[in-house]
Design a protein around this ligand. Sequence first.
Ligand code: G6P
Length: 607
Amino acid sequence: MCGIIGYIGNKKAKPILINGLLRLEYRGYDSAGIATIEKDGIKIIKEKGRISNLASIDEINNLEGTIGIGHTRWATHGKPSAINSHPHSDNSKTFAVVHNGIIENYNKLRKFLQEKNYTFLSDTDTEVIPNLIHYYYKEGNNFLESVKLACDDLKGSFALEILCNDYPDNMIVVRQDSPLVIGRSLNENYISSDIPAILSFTKDFFFLNDREFALLSRDSIDFYDNNLNKIDKIVKSIEWNTSSAEKDGYDDFMLKEIYEQPNAIRETIGSKLSENKIFFNDFEIEKNYLENISRIYIIACGTAMNAGLATKATFEKFCKIPTEVEIASEFRYKEPLIDEHTLCIFISQSGETADTIAALKLSKAKNAKTIAVANVIGSSITREADFCIYTHAGPEIAVASTKAYTSQVVLLNILALYFAELLQKVPTKEINQVKKEILELPKKAEITLRNVAEVKNFANVVYKETDMFFLGRGLDYYTACEGSLKLKEISYIHSESYAAGELKHGPIALIENGVTVIGIITNPNLVEKTISNMQEVITRGAKTLVITNQKVNESQFFKVINIPNTNPYLSPVLSIIPLQLLAYYISKEKGLDVDKPRNLAKSVTVE
Ligand code: G6P
């Protein structure tokens, strides 16, 4: 939520900042702004709406400065408006600040500053920050000391970039629970909320821990801990290629990412799995530990949580360990029963979701062992967890998650089988059958994508509808949940997902002539059951689409899309693909912005 970008070097900052903001726009897009240090001091330009609005302001072309900060906003405190946009400055215009996060005690700080005669122009929580820094600065502290003292007063989450008129060759950045990366290049440095936004400039990155400060100049970066003692940081080289952060000829990132799934799955399987063995390097989980755990919790938000649901059964079936899937925002407040015999697995594409990180910290405090399943290297969650395993989906830019989801489902299945091999509670032959099927998934995902024309035609028939229903049993129910979420997110069509057996307990009252009902049927043991439920809605006039890898009598449905067969535990990886495409083409038919749906953000760094 909210994207921040920064540059300090010898090139003009403005084009770099605008370019970076465009790449970060998926994080929030209700207003944007930049500040540069010009010959006559800090200059701030900001505007309501998308980055393109900001870029079309004439005045912005006069900016010559080679040091600057930028922000694209997802409003929390204060409605979207030019005045509430970042950067914000203090009353004396000495400092300019961009902020991603939420300052929870801003009311108290605002009151404190007002008593000292500071005035406020915006309704934001952020505006207290530059004024607080100024308050300490005028007491005689230097730039860095003033920022540190201000941060000591802040409660909540923040990634901050700060400019000061009196230090035209420096920038300070600091973070607490919000993402921020520093990219190093020759005689220039870049700051960003995520790696892909600056990947075309550098592959060398520094990651700050909570409340560490970086004082940047053009050719150096000094790092400090929270007591302002100098610390050393190791640079990490990122292997992602630049083209994976570009559209590569596709209309939208989402479509590109849907098509990248065979490769993302292939890369995620990587060297972890061969027909004979599963490898997790640097992973110190042993048989003895697994034998003594009483429960696994899988904790996440949104699509990542659906990936947990889609894999819970593999842990239970092959490891015989009770496995619960929890919504992170609920888990963190419900005093969960966790101790050293609990294993907590956290799934997060971005690795920055505030609720997931808070749930992780809670689990650690209660002595659970924690594993992060993340896509973004070096992200906060990977640094908090005891162990981290990565999906290798590459940068996911579209707000609606696709390739991260299928990669998460694959990786969690591999993890479950890895534990199963250690535990030996089910015959090795059964485990090997699933492993063999996992290796087939990239090819089968390619085959599934060949259904695109059929999906597009169906989208064309139903895109004007206002309600849709998704049904499934067992793992197909979880695919229904994820398919319904995709549709809501990007097409704004109201949709509901139900365990097909629940239909008769209420939802069937909503089925009337012409309503679209989508059934997912992949479990050979449940085919007839779900078909019966589909018959019940057909009788009431529903238009039905069935996604299946089983033999069904196609003539009874409006449309059937056949997908490749696989082991039932892996079917969510393939059955979701037509549903992703369906949501995509419905959104396109409606002329909506697929990659940046309204009100949403890719990375939810506030709770
Ligand atoms: C947001 C995104 C979703 C994502 C969820 C969790 O809501 O729009 O696509 O599934 O956050 O994000 P994470 O980065 O933790 O997987």
